[in-house]
Design a protein around this ligand. Structure first.
Ligand SMILES: Cc1ncc(COP(=O)(O)O)c(C=O)c1O
Length: 395
C-alpha cells in the first residue's frame, strides 16, 4: 500500500523520545516530574458541579460554533483582560477543543494553496510548540524555523527573515508568553509584526495560551496591538485556552478570535470536519471565563514556585527567571546529557531542549541543544525537591 510521506521526516515526538533516552536507567531517587507541561493545580470545584447539573445535555449534538453564552463570556473576558472593545461573539469568536486543534485547523482553513504561484512558507519560532510544524506540512507549505535565542531576547526576529521567504509567507506562528522560554512580546513587538504582515501580506497566528500565567505584569496581547494600531483584524487569529489559566487541560476548551472573513473560513471547515465541544463542558467553560478569583489564586501558586526557583537557582550560570509561563529554560551545555544525569543521579525528569527545536537546515545548529526545559507544575514541595536536585547535579 502507498504510504503518505507528508509527516515521515518529522523527528520522533518529544515524550516518546525522552522515554527512550531514560528507559535504560533507573532513577537516582524518588522521581520528580518536570518534563510535561501539564497543569497539576486543583480543578476549580465549579467545573464538576456545572457538568453534573447539565448532564442531560450530553444527549444533544452541540452547535459547531459554540453556544451564544460561551461566546459572550469569552467576549467579555477579552474586553476585561485587554482593555479593548469586546469582539463580536457572532462573527469573530470560535470556541475550540483547546488551542491545539485550532492552531492546526486554522492553517488548513487559512493558508492558500499557493502565493503568487509559489509554494507558501509558514514561519515558526524555534524552539516551538510542535503542532505548528505539522500544520505547515499538512497544508503543503514550507516550514521555516526562525531562531528565538538569547541573542534575540528569546523572541523570533521575523523581520530578519530573507525577503524572498517573507514574500512567500502565508502564516506566521507566534507564541507569547512563549513555551519553552517564557519570553513576552511587548506591544512594540506585536506592532512590528503586524506591520510586517501588512507589508508581506500574511496572517499572524498568535498562540497566547500562557497569557494568564505571569509573574508581575499581564503580558500584552495581539488584540491590544490590533486595537492600538487600528490594524486590519483580518491579519490576526488569536488563540486562548482554559488549560493553563484554569488548570483544566482535560476539559479541552479554548477559543480563536479572528476577523469576520477569516472566521467564515474557520467555521466552514468546522461545520464539515470539526468536533464541537460537548454542551455541559461549554457551560463549565463559560463559567470559568467569567471567574477571575481562581485565576488569581492559580497565578500566586506559580509565583511562589518561581520565587523558590530564583532562591535556589539564582546563582547558577545559565539561569534566567522567565517573565511568564510555567517553564524554566536552563542553559546547561548539553541538554540531553544534563537530562540524563538529572534522571540517573536525582530522579528528576526534564526535557532536553533540542526535542522542542530544529536545526534550521543541513549543518545548522539546533538552538535548543544547550538547554533543558523544566516544568514547575507539580506541587510546591515536589518542585522544590526538583530545583534542589538541579542545583546539586548541575549547579
Ligand atoms: C505553546 C502551546 N500552545 C498550545 C498548547 C495547547 O494547549 P491546549 O490545546 O490545551 O489549549 C500548548 C500545550 O501545552 C502549548 O504549550
Amino acid at each position: 500500500m502507498e504510504q503518505p510521506r507528508r509527516f515521515s521526516d518529522l523527528p520522533e515526538y518529544a515524550f516518546p523520545r525522552l522515554r527512550k533516552l531514560l528507559a535504560p536507567y533507573s532513577p537516582g531517587a524518588a522521581p520528580v516530574a518536570m518534563s510535561i507541561g501539564e497543569p497539576q493545580h486543583a480543578v476549580p470545584p465549579m467545573v464538576s458541579e456545572i457538568i453534573a447539573r447539565h448532564g442531560a445535555d450530553f444527549s444533544r449534538y452541540p452547535p459547531n460554533e459554540g453556544t451564544e453564552d460561551l461566546r459572550e463570556a469569552i467576549s467579555a473576558w477579552v474586553a476585561r483582560r485587554y482593555g479593548v472593545r469586546g469582539p463580536d461573539p457572532e462573527t469573530t469568536i470560535l470556541p475550540l477543543n483547546g488551542t491545539r486543534e485550532g492552531l492546526f485547523n486554522a492553517a488548513l482553513a487559512l493558508s492558500p494553496e499557493q502565493k503568487d504561484g509559489q509554494r507558501p512558507v509558514v514561519l515558526l519560532p524555534n524552539p516551538f510548540y510542535q503542532c505548528y510544524a505539522v500544520a505547515a506540512l499538512a497544508v503543503g507549505a514550507e516550514p521555516v524555523y526562525v531562531p528565538a535565542t538569547s541573542e534575540t531576547g528569546f523572541l523570533p526576529d521575523f523581520a530578519a527573515v530573507d525577503p524572498g521567504l517573507l514574500a512567500r509567507t502565508t502564516i506566521v506562528y507566534m507564541c507569547s508568553p512563549s513555551n519553552p522560554q517564557g519570553a513576552v512580546a511587548d506591544l512594540a513587538y506585536w506592532r512590528g509584526l503586524l506591520e510586517l504582515a501588512e507589508k508581506y501580506d500574511f496572517r499572524v497566528f498568535a498562540d497566547e495560551c500562557y497569557a494568564e500565567i505571569y509573574r508581575d505584569t499581564p503580558p500584552p496581547g495581539v488584540l491590544e496591538a490590533v486595537a492600538a494600531a487600528s490594524a486590519d483584524p483580518e491579519r490576526v487569529v488569536a488563540f486562548h485556552s482554559l488549560s493553563k489559566r484554569s488548570n483544566v487541560p482535560g476539559l479541552r476548551s479554548g477559543f480563536a478570535i479572528a476577523g469576520p472573513r477569516a472566521m467564515v473560513e474557520l467555521k466552514q471547515l468546522r461545520n464539515y470536519a470539526g468536533a464541537p465541544l460537548p454542551l455541559p463542558l461549554q457551560h463549565a467553560a463559560a463559567a470559568l471565563w467569567r471567574d477571575e478569583a481562581h485565576v488569581v489564586e492559580n497565578r500566586s501558586l506559580y509565583a511562589r514556585k518561581f520565587q523558590d526557583a530564583d532562591d535556589i537557582l539564582g546563582n547558577m550560570p545559565g539561569y534566567t527567571s522567565p517573565r511568564a509561563g510555567f517553564f524554566l529554560w536552563l542553559a546547561v551545555g548539553d541538554g540531553e546529557a544534563a537530562a540524563l544525569r538529572l534522571w540517573r543521579e536525582a530522579g528528576v525528569k526534564v526535557l532536553p531542549g533540542a526535542y522542542l527545536s530544529r536545526a534550521a537546515g543541513p549543518g545548522a545548529e539546533n538552538p535548543g541543544q544547550g538547554y533543558i526545559r523544566a516544568a514547575l507544575v507539580a506541587d510546591r514541595e515536589e518542585v522544590r525537591r526538583g530545583l534542589q536536585a538541579i542545583k546539586g547535579v548541575l549547579g
